[in-house]
Design a protein around this ligand. Structure first.
Ligand SMILES: *[C@@H]1O[C@H](CO)[C@@H](O)[C@H](O)[C@H]1NC(C)=O
Length: 285
């Protein structure tokens, strides 16, 4: 590794550690305000550290299953039910990679550097012990399209691997017509990307897409990114003492529909919070 690469890592680590100390009271939803207002569409490596990728076993290897996962507990991640359809009985056939920034990076390397000396930690792979699909999930209607994956080990939290918050500090009266953040892996870029989406009313979504969203789902319009894999988290911001403090989970992407304009369909997390908490054994976020 080049000296410049080392320097960059040290700079990244010192900046990140500084921020961690300032946010010591929050152990979920890590947020750095400076990153909120940038026009970047690619995340920094430690941004949205709750997003990982689902892998499926093919022989001796694991291949990218094209689904995002979201860390919500000490050993649990969320994804969509459709991402694990048919796999409930064989959790051993899937794995998740956490702390991942570039989809092509392989686990096992402490750091991966490019030819410009820019380095990021390698992803960490966790095997899955149990898959809990929502009991009311229905693959025909798409209702309650959500599943909890229990990992075979507790997650070793790092700057690059951390949970999102499940609960807002102040519950908005409605999700409609809000500007939320979302991010994840997608088809068009190997890196973890980010964007904003504005949520629209059920009526307009139904009229425009000719598809009424199932109960507990709502629609949003992306600002730029439209090809994120399923499971991408939609996130709101907890503001405390006039400072944006943390991200909480609003929804996860379950479907997109392109009718000239791309519409994103999100599974609503609010009505499922109790179920998620009960199944991840965390008393609160
Ligand atoms: C987590 O950390 C422990 C202790 O350092 C280690 O034994 C374990 O292998 C780590 N887990 C993973 C998946 O890297």
């Amino acid at each position: 590794m080049s000296a410049l690469g080392n320097l960059i890592i040290m700079l990244i680590l010192s900046v990140l550690n500084g921020n961690c100390a300032a946010e010591a009271e929050t152990n979920c939803g890590k947020l750095e305000e400076r990153l909120l207002y940038r026009k970047d569409i690619v995340t920094e490596p430690a941004e949205y550290p709750w997003i990982g990728l689902l892998f499926q076993r093919k022989g001796q290897k694991f291949r990218n299953a094209g689904c995002n996962v979201v860390i919500v507990g000490e050993s649990h991640v969320l994804t969509t039910a459709s991402c694990v359809q048919g796999l409930n009985t064989q959790p051993g056939s899937i794995a998740v990679r956490l702390g991942i920034w570039d989809e092509t990076h392989q686990p096992g390397e402490p750091y991966i550097c490019n030819d410009k000396g820019f380095c990021v930690p390698g992803p960490v792979q966790y095997l899955v012990d149990a898959i809990t699909v929502h009991p009311l999930a229905d693959k025909d209607t798409g209702i309650n399209d959500i599943a909890i994956l229990q990992l075979s080990q507790r997650i070793n939290m790092t700057t690059y691997i951390q949970p999102v918050c499940l609960q807002p500090t102040l519950e908005p009266a409605s999700w409609t017509s809000m500007d939320f953040h979302y991010g994840g892996f997608e088809e068009a870029d190997v890196r973890k990307v980010k964007d904003m989406a504005i949520t629209i009313s059920r009526q307009v979504c139904t009229t425009e897409t000719a598809t009424p969203p199932p109960d507990n789902q709502f629609c949003g319009l992306p600002r730029i990114r439209a090809s994120t894999y399923k499971g991408a988290p939609l996130m709101g911001i907890n503001v405390e003492n006039d400072v944006p403090r943390s991200f909480y989970l609003v929804g996860i992407l379950v479907r997109t529909k392109d009718v000239g304009q791309v519409f994103l369909f999100f599974q609503d997390i609010k009505p499922l919070r109790r179920w998620i908490m009960d199944n991840t054994h965390s008393a609160s976020s």
